[in-house]
Design a protein around this ligand. Structure first.
Ligand code: NAP
Length: 252
């Protein structure tokens, strides 16, 4: 059975590791190519966009894919939409693997917003020291709020043209532990954290650190309207195995 995993999340890497070496499943992991040095994984990896819905449909047919697993990051809205449309056009079953969004706990001071623009506005007019962990492609909205100082953490270098006036850049790849996050926020005198509600454990330490420090958090909500999802890798593997036993099954 040929399985296409749409990746770019820690869940996709974990699924790829779990499927590698299974004789009944021939899996290929697809990455967008945004990260210069992605984590090395023990299976076939293809990189780069497919060319929209038609490109994905062609790829699925040409590669004789039996099942597609959308394990992209919760904010990769376009790829998920394309996967849904391509599944409908081809009849190839689509499984969505994702993690539940973070939920506020006692002591959290969260302002939830719909997008980056609203996140920048939520910082207000008074200059603040902001810890920004929204990815290097999302900085433009904050360039429009130059009164703030930004501590920006990304996986790859931000490069020129980010537009931020007062900023310090850190390159690091998670997982991050709470104690380190707390230390970093103290060292840089952070007053507010801005992040996406990505869910999962790998990057939850900053929220716990903010809670411990009593700091406010501006949290961008996950896009709405995604298809029903599985959050457990074992559940996905069971669905794939069920499909393997019943190859005529459609719509896992
Ligand atoms: P996006 O807006 O949903 O996708 C933009 C385009 O990138 C897609 O239309 C597709 O191009 C290509 N693409 C995206 N994911 C791909 C994949 N797994 N394999 C092949 N092509 C892919 O996605 P994004 O928000 O830019 O994120 C890009 C990648 O980074 C995703 O794979 C995602 O899992 C990962 N990521 C995203 C975030 C985030 O916050 N958005 C955070 C961490 C990781 P074509 O239309 O040409 O096929």
């Amino acid at each position: 059975m040929r399985v296409l995993i749409l990746g770019g999340s820690s869940e996709s890497s974990a699924l790829a590791r779990a499927l590698a070496g299974r004789s009944s499943i021939d899996a290929v992991l697809s990455l967008a190519g945004r990260t210069a040095a992605p984590v090395s994984l023990p299976l076939l990896v293809r990189t780069g966009g497919f060319g929209g819905i038609p490109g994905l449909v062609n790829y699925l047919r040409a590669s004789a894919i039996d099942v597609m697993v959308d394990a992209t990051h919760p904010f990769a809205e376009r790829m998920s939409g394309n996967a849904q449309a391509a599944a409908e056009q081809t009849g190839i079953p689509l499984i969505r693997l994702t993690r539940p969004a973070w939920q506020a706990q006692e002591g959290d001071r969260w302002t939830e917003v719909a997008d980056m623009r609203a996140a920048a506005e939520a910082l207000g007019e008074i200059p603040r020291r902001v810890f920004l962990t929204v990815g290097r492609l999302q900085l433009a909205a904050f360039a429009r709020a130059p009164q703030h100082f930004y501590l920006v953490r990304t996986i790859d270098p931000v490069g020129a043209g980010h537009g931020l006036r007062a900023a310090c850049f850190i390159e690091a790849r998670g997982p991050f532990v709470t104690a380190d996050e707390e230390r970093l926020m103290r060292e840089h005198g952070v007053e507010v954290l801005v992040t996406k509600n990505s869910g999962g454990t790998a990057s939850a330490g900053k929220l716990e650190a903010a809670r411990r420090l009593g700091l406010p958090v501006v949290l961008v909500r996950q896009p709405a309207g995604r298809q029903a999802a599985m959050s457990d890798i074992a559940e996905v593997i069971a669905a794939l195995e069920a499909h393997h036993r019943l190859p005529a099954l459609r719509g896992v």
